[in-house]
Write a protein that binds this ligand. Sequence first.
Ligand code: C5P
Length: 235
Amino acid sequence: MKKFKAFIALDCKTNNENIRIVKNLSSQVFGFKVGYRSFYSKDSEKLLAEIKKNKCFLFLDLKLHDIPNTVTTAITSLSKINPDYLTLHISGGKTMLEQSLITIKKNKLKTKLLGVTLLTSLDRKDSKLIFSEKNTNSLVYKFANIANESKIHGLICSGQDLGNLQLFKKLIKITPGVKLFARKDDQKRVTFVHDALKNGADYVVIGREIIDSKNPLELLKKYYEENKNKDLWTN
Ligand code: C5P
């Protein structure tokens, strides 16, 4: 059975609900993303075990950002979990990224490190204030370049940034903030899953549109029926 090139963001209110989503969708999707909300909640160990049991990829979205020594010791502490993907902020610096990669190798982890460029919640004003660069595209490009030079495995990037980042062929690109289906009012401003995957994303991340739907499995099956001929599925 081919799997949808998507990570489902497990951002439900409780980990029991997240576990239900994993049981329900694991045959359909490439993996699951566990972020702050679920990782720091009760029963997160059970959730991680369920993802493992269902042989899906685990994307641990902890966006690590600290001095290199603290980040690398955190990665060593995560060895027991050995996630398939782990995020860290590129703004933590090249040394932090390089040391993180060395730690992955030293601990023989399978983890692929993904750099967060610029949070999409930050606008031109924030970007100028924090990074002295009001052109957010240039800033994202600079961050991607640092990720590339540090040789980490990939990037988290918005659908809008994918064109700009095509040059970084070796970097895995994962795109959140995408929609499966259009609502009347979001035709223009939203990135759709099929566009993101066509424009260079290796995987997308989808959260609320699926986890808040009445029947997540039906929704995915409907999407499959409408898009099975496109290159959105992997073995
Ligand atoms: O919006 P949605 O619920 O689909 O988001 C899914 C996940 O993607 C969330 O866990 C969120 O942290 C992440 N996200 C992101 N950047 C965005 C939108 C969402 O990292 N612009």
